[in-house]
Design a protein around this ligand. Sequence first.
Ligand code: PLP
Length: 396
Amino acid sequence: MLSNIISDTDKYYMNTFGSRTPVCFEKGDGMKLYDTEGNEYTDFFAGIAVTSLGHAHPGFTEGIKQQAEKLLHTSSLYYVENQAELAKRIVLNSCADKVFLSNSGAEANEGAIKLAKIYFYKKGIDKSEIITLVSSFHGRTLTTVAATGQEKYQKPYRPLTPGFIHVPANDFVALENAVTDKTAAIMLEFIQGEGGVHPLDAEYVKKVRKLCDEKGILLIDDEVQTGIGRTGKMFAYENFGVEPDIFTSAKALGNGIPIGAVCAKEFVAEAFEPGDHGSTFGGNPFAAKAGCLVLDIMKKESLVENAAKMGEYFKARLEELKKDCDAIKDIRGMGLIIGVEIQNAGEIVKKLFENKYLAGTAGANVLRILPPLIVTKEDIDKFIELLGNILKERNV
Ligand SMILES: *Cc1c(COP(=O)(O)O)cnc(C)c1O
């Protein structure tokens, strides 16, 4: 019963998620989720951009079931076929030449930061500073908290890993001024997710790439939220016509099985030599199988293309709403990572939930919409109708 689940959670689980929505889901089917009381919900948040294939996808479920029956884990002391297969698939679908598999987004970013540092270390060059952006989000480990340009995540944990400098997004002069002869890397989300769904300006990104080339600085692209089809391209950087030297992936890569990836061009990747980095679980037969299935199913079902098409449709429908609703200040995003700027977005998420729809926020004033990539026009139409009604009610 839900009340027991809530009281056990309160009693036994560390209380880092203060305002949980009072519901517990026990099964899913595509866009749908079902709670312990038998209610049906439509999911426009995908567990924070994770379950891109939808819930209980039959092909995915069958694939991981078969793998679970055969083998879960061996460690990377031995060769792992699925690890090689997943690395190959990522390389064939991106600008990377080599991949290292981790277990989460933060851990992938840790790997990316370590790789940038060791790249210069091996060359005997004293460069260890990393510039990131204000309002960025790179994870919850001590080093990725240091990378994250949000004071609220850092304060209790000082001293943090040193060497991180934060500059405002889209301010190229500020970035240029922050570069020193110690700068090893510039780390960006091409679309800031948690920070409010802010795509960077295309011109800014191009200038950053050029600056990196001129000064011998590595460009790290955090694709943990935007990667694996979410923006209507396999990786968000493709929308900007710029290739990073290192990028990371996680959230949607396993469709809910924990996994992450550090991906890099050969010239950087070769800095990692035996003993320089590692992981017990990373790239194990089970998690890597999940990653392979995700990429295969996305291709077979043209989900990246669907994300592009449905993203355009979604945005057009939101723009229609905006015409009649002064409360909507801005509509941002690419593909199916969409931010609607509106006062007190949490209240709208609550109203959506009362009507059995799931969405989220990014800060106080952005409604964040991240549906599974299988979403259809009919699903979007229903969501828009509901959101329109909620906004109308709020206006009176
Ligand atoms: C979610 C997220 C992370 C952290 O990933 P975890 O799997 O929670 O560690 C890092 N960077 C970005 C851009 C994210 O959205």
